[in-house]
Design a protein around this ligand. Sequence first.
Ligand SMILES: C[S@@+](CC[C@H](N)C(=O)[O-])C[C@H]1O[C@@H](n2cnc3c(N)ncnc32)[C@H](O)[C@@H]1O
Length: 210
Amino acid sequence: MDSLPSTTPDFWNSRYLSNQTPWDFGGVPADLKAYLKTHPRGGRVLIPGCGSGYEIKAFIDAGYTVTALDLSSVAIDRARQFVGPDSAPNIFAGDFFQHDFGATQFDVIYERTFICALLPEQRNAYRDRIAALLKYRGALLGYFYYQTPDLQAGPPFGFAWGTADELFARYFLLVKDIPVADSLPLFAGHERWQERHRTSFETAAKSDLK
Ligand SMILES: C[S@@+](CC[C@H](N)C(=O)[O-])C[C@H]1O[C@@H](n2cnc3c(N)ncnc32)[C@H](O)[C@@H]1O
């Protein structure tokens, strides 16, 4: 199983089935709890790569309408069980890059250890899809992992300092960036809670300004 590429469902299914899930928080991390206390405004939330789905319930309890998906059907079974039958229909097994979201645009997209689970060469596609799925002034928020990338060792694949800013600058404005106090050992000292707002236009990336 370990020789499977991390872009396949079975790579992730095998980890969930064997409980090799060092990323699994087992609950709702503190910065998200704080965000939900101060932003009880409802709206539509997307959680891509939702894993076991603890945050799905937290957003629902705070009044949001949640759509979540994960490549791993094992994770999705767990998430559906965790949130209960009322919300289970909005939780999909599927590929974030292929899933048909219809015309839906979201107010919030929540990120935790999803982009670092992707290959670094998938980051532009992630950024573009997130930008297309968010409303103007919508927020991409959550946990981002910064670590000198070791392409042999991932996932997780961390961002080198500066590369996330350059990646997201095209469509987003960074409005909050703080260190995370309750990281799991896998991410400790390298995780930031960040909030980025969708701008109304495409800002030229630095790499385009030659
Ligand atoms: C490191 S885990 C994080 C899970 C969850 N966000 C958490 O914080 O516990 C990465 C998750 O992304 C999922 N994943 C990887 N590639 C995906 C894709 N293309 N579309 C949807 N989910 C994907 C994996 O199945 C896995 O559950």
